[in-house]
Design a protein around this ligand. Structure first.
Ligand code: 13P
Length: 248
């Protein structure tokens, strides 16, 4: 049975002291949460966030990571660095990284492999643009993102990956996909994974929806068959709203 995961992506928001204060406030509100709780913070907030979340049910993740072990990659952060400070998850291939920082399906695949090799849980993002949806190539496009992200991963490793379906037109726009729209793409991702691996493996991989998830629509989205939680941007910056989503 897949447990619902409520994941907050703070993006480029909050300083270390703000992160500490927010997690302390959130901790109390979600200590008996129905859903698993995870926050992706900026790199510099990670040590404070990990410390504040210690002993609680809140997991901490990074928003990116490099695919090499180490070396001359100025400004980059390695999997080993994240692991050593107690980070458990890493977001990979968010559409903002793909759009503004030239991430490709191939770098996404390399990062997924590197995260798994270092014992981090990768959350792989995929999602179509409005133009692709209008051109009715959503399923083809996302299947190709998924196939490359999972390239050369064993079944055992695939089971450790979390997928986040985030239609780009729904991110930060206040325009949430309908539950049916979100569920049908999540179902297709699961079918794609069943094609690569098998039904049982696909049935055990968590697939989240992201894109303007808020406290009012979360419960309906999370109740859908193939949606196993949410990747939440804006609403994760408000402790009260996010705690409602953690219980949705
Ligand atoms: P919003 O919830 O602000 O639309 O952001 C979604 C997102 O990109 C989460 O990764």
């Amino acid at each position: 049975m897949r447990k619902i995961l409520a994941a907050g992506n703070w993006k480029m928001n909050n300083t270390p002291s703000q992160a500490e204060a927010m997690i302390n406030e959130l901790k109390a509100k979600v200590k008996d949460a129905k859903n698993d709780v995870l926050i992706f913070t900026p790199f510099v907030c990670l040590p404070a966030a990990v410390k504040a979340a210690e002993g609680s049910n809140i997991k901490i993740g990074a928003q990116n990571m490099h695919f090499e072990d180490k070396g001359a990659f100025t400004g980059e952060i390695s999997a080993q660095m994240l692991k050593e400070i107690g980070v458990e998850y890493v977001l990979i291939g968010h559409s903002e990284r793909r759009e503004y920082f030239a991430e490709t399906d191939d770098t996404v695949n390399a990062k997924v492999i590197q995260a798994l090799k270092n014992g981090l849980t990768p959350m792989v993002c995929c999602g179509e643009t409005l133009k692709q949806r209008e051109d009715t190539i959503t399923f083809d496009f996302i299947r190709s993102q998924i196939k490359i992200a999972f390239r050369s991963l064993s079944k055992e490793d695939a089971l450790k990956v979390v997928v986040a379906y985030e239609p780009i037109w729904a991110i930060g726009t206040g325009k949430v996909a309908t539950s049916e729209q979100a569920d049908e793409v999540c179902r297709d991702i699961r079918e794609c994974l069943a094609g690569i691996y098998d039904e049982e493996t696909a049935a055990n991989i968590r697939i989240l929806y992201g894109g303007s998830v808020n406290k009012d629509c979360a419960a309906e989205l999370f109740a859908m068959n193939d949606i196993d939680g949410g990747l939440v941007g804006g609403a994760s910056l408000k402790v009260e709203d996010f705690s409602i989503i953690c219980n949705a």
